[in-house]
Design a protein around this ligand. Sequence first.
Ligand code: NDP
Length: 498
Amino acid sequence: MDKRPQLTTAAGTPVADNQNSQSAGPRGPLLMQDYQLMEKLAHFNRERIPERAVHAKGAGAHGSFVVTGDISRYTRAKLFAKVGSSCPIFARFSTVAGESGSADTARDPRGFSLKFYTEEGNWDMVGNNTPVFFVRDPLKFSDFIHSQKRDPATGLRDNVMQWDFWSLSPESLHQVTILFSDRGIPATLRNMNGYSSHTYSLWNDASERFWVKWHFKTVQGIKTLTNDEAAAIAGTDLDYHRRDLHDAILSDDYPRWRVQIQIMPEIEAGSYPIHPFDLTKVWPHRDYPLIDVGMLELNRNPENYFAEVEQAAFEPGNMPPGMGASPDKMLQARLLSYPDAHRYRLGINYAALPINEPHSPVNTYHRDGEMRFDSNGIGFVNYEPNSFNGPVENPTVKEPPLQLSGDADRFDHHEGNEDFQQAGALYRLMTSDQKAQLIGNLVAALKSVPRDIQVRQLRHFHKADPHYGSQMAERLGINNNVSNATPAATVRHRSEGG
Ligand code: NDP
């Protein structure tokens, strides 16, 4: 008798033959009664779940977070209570626009998502490798993503759609400048920084609130790829970044990131000249210097890609007491849209999947639902209030109140939110080699775009920095005076190019 485990159906019944279907005679048609064949075909048809609409291609790893700096004066979260304490984490990095099988070395922002399994429940940091984003109002988000994905007619990615949207959305210029800079294609996932991008909050035992931005600085150093290097790699290995992360961890070369924060006392938000909740802006370091918090390390590869990476569900609303959201409109929308996406992709019980399950007790009155695969609360009371020893609320973890005021309206998000200054500041801090790479990358992407869209976009480069604008005008062969002037608005039919 073979000592290996016995093959069974999904119901556990032993399988006699896994090589030959049941047929009417050796050359005849198959029989409906071949349950095992039906089960195999049906299960295979259902192996794929909906891929993420954005961030579909990713790589993940387990690791740890160790506290190195005391920030307990800002937050009561137990995670940060003691220097030296540690917490298990899971990280997933991803490209944004490509599908699940797309090339890792595309020019694209990278998702930088972290799940901290803290003793007070999960903290999810759903960041990017850029400190800002293309839009500041979530009403524009699905339009923005449509413009970066595929043309509905041709099924092709299309530079015209991208630049049409960006040139009509000047608030995108800061992120566009980062995307087309040398940092737009990281050499590996280990060689990029992560940022919360959003402003979040921290609050302490004295109910004081602080606005916070999170930074995750690569200890490996920033390394990048040129367009040519990235294209060559994509031609031979679509999974280059996923493979690199896996291989590094396999050979005990564990990547690390220094965790730092910028802290703004709640009261300062009203008077700080830069809108502190505008996702297209950073807080300059000279105003809010970086404070050390801890060290992240990735040191264990997933054992099953689907169970751990594909089913990982991060949501910015997962925050233990002492941490909170902010009025950032993009963050407010993501608080809804991330769990909403998980309910669609993974079902209502996604939080109970092993990779998402907190390492601390979970006591809710939720019951039932699609794919409920645990004991479903057995016979415990399923309503509250009750007199049957069910779980009760804990008023001591109440977040301090946030004072809000104002008319309910649709406020022009450009009003009082300058769009160009920080893109210019970034351009000016680049070395001449970085500037040359930026200009070259932009020209490569813009050269096939209709002239009126080029001219509209050139106005933004000029406003950020005259040198940035004139370099782009020269390389695109557009008269500097034309590109500097305000062009008349154009409306074209889709078939006229674009
Ligand atoms: P600082 O000189 O204090 O900081 C500049 C920052 O720019 C550093 O964090 C540096 O990262 C980063 N940087 C350098 N080259 C690039 C690039 N090609 N793409 C993205 N980031 C880059 O200046 P300020 O704080 O006054 O910020 C000036 C500009 O720097 C901002 O407008 C913004 O565009 C950019 N920046 C600012 C950040 C912030 O939080 N203040 C964060 C990231 C970028 P590193 O330390 O790794 O070299």
